[in-house]
Design a binder for this molecule. Structure first.
Ligand SMILES: Cc1ncc(COP(=O)(O)O)c(C=O)c1O
Length: 465
């Protein structure tokens, strides 16, 4: 056994690990990182199949991003937003131009996805407040307005928007239960849209019935006098990589327009090329009112963005934007993000995703056909999962939302991949995540698919399938 370096021992002893009981925390000491690979101090070379929780779409240590960060460090790392810097101004403009809708947008910068979600929720409520009181009052006389302005946020079950109070409150995820009943008021949950396990309807009627129920929720929550916004992940991330079925996001947009609500899309996990376009919402052609970006945006720096359409941004021209925090618009983070956008858009990395995606999907579909424990393959771009099932005949899920967390087959597979094949893929509750950095090579896709094949063969054999 090699000696644990002192820094790793310090981290184990003094750092709180996310979402874990702390006993047994044993972070793996890292020597260096490059591309899809993590090199450890004891000589292992580990492939990161989760792209560092979707934060390193460009792979680790992309030279162009590192050079931009070093250049920026030599000039200005940070000033407040009373001052302007080249990367902060440029990035705000680029995001306004590259995202769907008129380029006359405005961007609020924060440092975590959760903080960006908080900004979106607060801005949506403040927008409705301005609309009601200062810009002509109600748009429809559909419900009495005892409370002075529309404040409710409709989010969805099987969603995750972050761990701060507001973000967790709009999350349809068991992790929200850690803070219940002290959640932020005014949140209502609609059903998710999942083609594999539709909560409503089937086949062709699935999307229509789901949207009819969303319409019913909006109406019964007080319509445009009470509801401020609908919040969706265009591809559900943490709760199982679930792409929106065709027509669903367009239908949400239609309902938001009919009722005068804002449509907020959370692209924290799906942005920055993860699904083959800069944003996942672009696959639908929908123009949201508010877009949230995070994770890979900052390219190695904590930087997130809440992007307001012209309509929303204009409502703050003469009214206070009642939100803010230290380090907004951090110049160093913005320099990293600008370089990352350049690699994706100008250098053409985004254009490479389609071919890699086809190759990956083809391999995964073959694995699903071969292994009975795989219930579903789904995803977009380089954002895929193999959902495993407890019973291939009925498709019974490995675990229901309310069931106590126990390690499942997924954990067993993750352990095999990590210990036997040097592939890091933190296990989740229902599926194997296949989310490599966008710089992955086709040969690397073949190599990790072969390893997953081996792992599934062992599981099938053990289950007698
Ligand atoms: C869709 C989505 N929104 C928000 C968040 C929260 O981001 P952060 O962990 O940076 O606060 C996440 C994190 O996984 C996410 O997937």
């Amino acid at each position: 056994m090699s000696q644990v370096p002192e820094f790793a021992a310090n981290q184990a002893r003094h750092m709180m690990q996310c979402w874990s009981s702390q006993e047994g925390y044993a972070p793996i000491p890292v020597e260096r990182v490059e591309g899809c690979w993590i090199h450890t101090t004891d000589g292992r070379r580990i492939f990161d199949l989760r792209s560092a929780h979707e934060c390193i779409n460009l792979g680790f240590n992309h030279p162009k991003v590192l050079a931009a960060l070093k250049r920026q460090l030599d000039t200005v790392a940070y000033v407040t937003d009373d001052f302007a810097t080249e990367p902060t101004g440029q990035l705000a403009r680029r995001l306004a131009e590259l995202t769907p809708g008129s380029p006359d947008k405005k961007v609020y910068f924060a440092q975590s996805g959760a903080a960006a979600v908080e900004a979106a929720i607060k801005a949506a409520r403040q927008f409705q407040y301005h609309r009601m009181f200062h810009e002509g009052g109600l748009t429809q006389s559909d419900a009495p307005s005892q409370y002075p302005y529309p404040y409710k946020i409709i989010s969805r079950y099987k969603s995750w928007h972050g761990s701060t109070s507001g973000a967790a409150s709009v999350s349809g995820d068991p992790r929200r239960w850690f803070q219940e009943p002290l959640t932020v008021p005014g949140v209502v949950f609609a059903p998710e849209a999942n083609a594999y396990r539709p909560p409503f309807g089937d086949g062709e009627t699935m999307v229509e019935e789901n949207l009819n129920y969303l319409d019913y929720i909006i109406e019964n929550e007080g319509g445009s006098n009470k509801v401020a916004a609908v919040l969706v992940e265009p591809v559900v991330g943490s709760n199982g990589i679930i792409p929106a079925p065709p027509g669903y996001l367009e239908g949400v947009r239609r309902l938001c327009d009919q009722w005068g609500l804002l449509m907020i899309v959370d692209e924290t996990m799906t942005g920055m090329g993860r699904t083959g376009k800069l944003l996942a919402i672009e696959h639908s052609g929908v123009e949201p009112d508010i877009i949230i970006m995070g994770k890979a945006l900052g390219a190695y720096c904590p930087l997130t963005a809440t992007i307001f359409s012209s309509k929303v941004a204009r409502s703050f021209d003469h009214h206070l934007f009642g939100h803010g925090q230290s380090y907004s618009g951090h110049a160093l983070g913005c320099a990293g993000a600008l370089a990352a956008l350049e690699v994706l858009v100008e250098d053409g990395l985004l254009d490479e995703v389609a071919a890699k995606s086809r190759h990956l999907e083809n391999r995964l579909r073959k694995l699903a056909a071969k292994h009975p424990c795989v219930g579903d393959v789904r995803g977009l771009g380089l954002f895929f999962t193999l959902e495993l099932v407890a019973d291939p005949a009925t498709g019974r899920p490995l675990r229901k939302t309310t069931e106590k967390y126990e390690p499942t087959l997924v954990h067993e597979i993750a352990q095999f991949l990590f210990h036997e094949r040097d592939i890091y893929v933190p296990s989740d509750k229902f599926g194997i995540w296949v989310v490599p950095p966008l710089v992955v090579q086709l040969s690397e896709i073949d190599w990790f698919c072969d390893a997953i094949d081996e792992a599934l063969t062992r599981v099938d054999r053990r289950l007698g399938l």
